[in-house]
Design a protein. Structure first.
Length: 242
């Protein structure tokens, strides 16, 4: 069986949703600057206020995401005795919340993260018999830095389900019983901050297959995602993760 691969593609979206509220203004949340970031000691988010001069962010700040390379989303796995290939070619929605409430004391965290896909379809030969929704979405995810500024571990906020895919009949064709129904993508994913200590207004987070601890309907799964993120109200501010 080939392992499942997800390759995300799309463009920057502008809707933020978190904790039961809809956020459309930079005034909804925002980091403030506090103490000197160095020495770091633990992973921390900092603002470059001058050459080699950094101040600690404190509070909460919304981020928006876009895909580093425009391409398609591909989900590949084996269900029953058949290979399943789901491709999504539409735009996506990436948003979340960075939280750093106790600078240099508690590691920052990532909450309210959701990724939405569009233009999805099931490729042949299975696509002749089965279909999937044209829109897919993750459950709400959370992330933690796991002791290193270069490593972020993402997992569902509640339970173990990352995403659900509903396989249905394709037109008048009958989807096999071993495939038809809702299949859950479960587990967690380790991602890498590509250049965390390089001051930039946008940072790249790369989620590689080697960091996947995912399953689709109990089959081994992998995730490939190359994401660029920037802070909603600090789009022109160079910042680091160190």
């Amino acid at each position: 069986m080939r392992r499942l691969k997800i390759l995300l593609g799309g463009a920057l979206l502008t809707l933020l949703v978190g904790n039961g509220y809809v956020f459309t203004s930079a005034a909804s949340a925002g980091f403030i600057l506090t103490i000197n970031c160095r020495p770091f000691g633990i992973p921390t988010l900092c603002d470059e206020v001058g050459p080699e001069e950094y101040l600690e962010f404190e509070g909460e700040e919304f981020y928006l995401g876009s895909i580093a390379v425009l391409t398609e989303t591909l989900i590949e796995s084996k269900l029953g005795t058949e290979e399943a290939h789901v491709v999504c070619i539409g735009t996506i929605d990436v948003h979340g919340l960075l939280v750093q409430l106790k600078p240099l004391v508690v590691e920052p965290s990532i909450t309210a993260t959701t990724i939405k896909f569009a233009g999805c379809s099931l490729l042949e030969p299975l696509g002749k018999k089965c279909s999937v929704s044209t829109e897919l979405s993750t459950k709400e995810l959370v992330g933690k830095f796991s002791g290193s500024p270069s490593t972020v571990l993402f997992a569902p906020k509640e339970g173990t389900t990352v995403m659900e895919l509903a396989f249905t009949n394709h037109g008048t064709e009958t989807c096999p019983a071993t495939i038809k129904g809702i299949k859950k993508l479960t587990g967690e994913q380790k991602c890498t901050n590509v250049s965390p200590e390089t001051a930039a207004t946008e940072h790249e987070i790369d989620c590689l297959e080697s960091g996947s601890e995912l399953k689709l309907a109990e089959n081994a799964a992998e995730l490939k995602l190359d994401l660029l993120v920037h802070l909603e109200s600090l789009e022109t501010t160079p910042w680091i993760i160190s």
